[in-house]
Design a protein around this ligand. Structure first.
Ligand SMILES: Nc1ncnc2c1ncn2[C@@H]1O[C@H](COP(=O)(O)OP(=O)(O)OP(=O)(O)O)[C@@H](O)[C@H]1O
Ligand SMILES: [Mg+2]
Length: 311
């Protein structure tokens, strides 16, 4: 029996979210936010934290700076039940990354200082640790600049050890959507883009065409559709699952929480409709409190939310 259900290697940082800003953000003015939240952020850490909250045994490798924000992020991840033994804290000029989210009524700005996110490389990864699991998940393919050239090699090794693999690219800040993604997809069992990312990666405006293209590259394609829920394409088979209605606070980390919900069932061998239902449950639950992990810090509330929705 492996030590972990899921291992991850990726970014670990905080999100600083400002709410209640004016609709316009003119330069050189003192603009006031009504509320703020400093919370565990970053796609990989959100997936790891929320997988643990959903009962999975999770091992996590990352690289952070020797600074207070790195310490807070690490404490939060550990408090969530994730194993942090292999997180490396490296002193130097580069600080732990930070994402500042300006959450406005109709849109948000996401500003990221990558810091140590770009510094994680294949030499930081303890392969024995990562392979002591049934499944490996990678988030933020395009933010992992140090690791990205070696992702194919990493996936090949993990597959040879019998792990299944999932990938969520998230956004590409350069807007190019290349970087060898197609080459690494051949090792991926579950690919988890949102609708916009699916179209950009497949290089077409039409979601159906994008799904058809991507479903030829991976055994299981799962497309997140925001308020519309999600769909899965397994070769010729299509599965759809509606979103769970919620009292919505913010969408930060909903996609990563969806990944955690979906994978928490996938690693247990659940059928696809169950995996999708849990993905939608976790994505929706994440939107009920600020940021991507706050809601998952309260096991009792999570339990009630699940029960009310029959899961
Ligand atoms: N308003 C909402 N109501 C209910 N569920 C939602 C809502 N918004 C998102 N979700 C849930 O969260 C999932 C992920 O949302 P979305 O499609 O926005 O992912 P994403 O764009 O990858 O998110 P992220 O910005 O976190 O990367 C959806 O598939 C759905 O299950
Ligand atoms: Mg996403």
């Amino acid at each position: 029996m492996p030590r972990f259900d899921v291992t991850l290697a990726g970014e670990l940082n905080l999100d600083l979210i400002l709410y209640g800003l004016p609709a316009e953000l003119p330069a050189e003015r003192e603009l006031l936010a009504q509320r703020m939240m400093l919370t565990l952020g970053s796609s990989a850490a959100i997936v790891a934290h929320n997988l643990a909250a959903l009962g999975c045994r999770v091992g996590f490798i990352s690289r952070i700076g020797d600074d207070p924000l790195g310490s807070i992020a690490l404490e939060r991840l550990a408090a969530g039940g994730v194993d942090i033994e292999k997180v490396r804290r490296v002193a130097g000029e580069t600080k732990t990354g930070l994402t500042v989210i300006l959450q406005r009524e109709l849109e948000r700005n996401i500003l990221t200082y990558p810091g140590t996110i770009f510094d994680l490389t294949i030499s930081d990864l303890d392969l024995e640790y990562l392979t002591d699991a049934g499944h490996f998940h990678l988030s933020s393919f395009y933010l992992q600049r140090g690791l990205r050239p070696h992702v194919g090699e990493l996936f090949r090794t993990l597959k040879a050890e019998g792990l299944t693999i999932s990938l969520d690219t998230n956004d590409d800040p350069d807007g190019l959507w290349q970087g060898g993604l197609m080459d690494v997809l051949r090792y991926v069992d579950v690919f988890l883009p949102n609708a916009r990312e699916a179209c950009l990666i497949a290089g077409c405006d039409d979601l159906e065409k994008a799904i058809a293209r991507l479903a030829e590259c991976v055994p299981l394609l799962v497309v997140k559709l925001g308020k519309e829920g999600a769909l899965a394409q397994r070769r010729d088979e299509r599965f759809r699952s509606p979103a769970t209605p919620v009292d919505f606070i913010d969408p930060v980390g909903a996609g990563d929480s969806f990944d955690a919900g979906f994978l928490s069932q996938y690693v247990r061998g659940a059928d696809l409709s169950q995996c999708l239902a849990w993905g939608n449950l976790a994505g929706a639950y994440s939107t009920t409190m600020a940021g991507g992990t706050e809601a998952f810090r309260d096991p009792k509330r999570l339990q009630e939310f699940r029960k009310e929705r029959g899961l």
